[in-house]
Design a protein around this ligand. Structure first.
Ligand SMILES: [Mg+2]
Length: 182
């Protein structure tokens, strides 16, 4: 695609957000298994309020192999997301839908990013999604590869190893949202 310009974003654009390490603190060598273990990264609720005004659609795409590994149930995951969504909407933010892949890394066929499975499911649910007018924000290489394969603008946030192929880098989601909320 041509111009990768975050200043063009309007209501026709879709935001794809990774969860762990972008919205909430990522536990070291573990999974968020209960609502108590879900802790927002500072500034995220404020960011989502700003992003709510910019993007037509805001979606979460998250790999959650903790379910596939039996570390938690799908019910636990739903409970975590219910609490997360309540807190987001109470602070003026919005998530239109959450896509989760609970497959484990080692299964031969899986829907995990960087596989585009969750992107295609989203496009099926919301046919107005245009990947060339979409932004993928993630903290790891699989997020950047996912966005890149789909033709999205890619944004890396957080303190993981820098992925140089990402179109933009910001320390955290708040810096990204302030940058586009010019
Ligand atoms: Mg992540």
């Amino acid at each position: 695609m041509g111009n990768k310009n975050l200043k063009d974003i309007d209501q026709f654009w879709t935001l794809f957000l990774d969860r762990d390490g972008v919205l909430n603190e990522r536990p070291v060598n573990d999974y968020v298994k209960s609502p108590e273990e879900f802790v927002f990264i500072p500034g995220v609720l404020e960011s989502l309020k700003l992003l709510n005004e910019k993007f037509g659609l805001i979606l979460i795409v998250t790999n959650q192999q903790g379910v596939g590994l039996g570390k938690m149930t799908i019910g636990d995951l739903n409970g975590i997301h219910q609490k997360m969504l309540e807190m987001i909407s109470m602070s003026g933010g919005r998530i239109d839908k959450i896509y989760t892949c609970t497959d484990i890394k080692t299964s031969e066929q899986n829907c995990r990013k960087p596989n585009l499975s969750m992107a295609f499911t989203a496009k099926n649910d919301f046919p107005s999604i245009d990947f060339s007018r979409s932004v993928m924000v993630g903290d790891t290489e699989s997020d950047i590869t996912f966005g890149e394969k789909a033709g999205m603008i890619t944004v890396q946030v957080g303190d993981e190893a820098p992925v140089l192929r990402a179109n933009f880098h910001f320390p955290c989601l708040l810096n990204f949202s302030e940058y586009i909320d010019y």
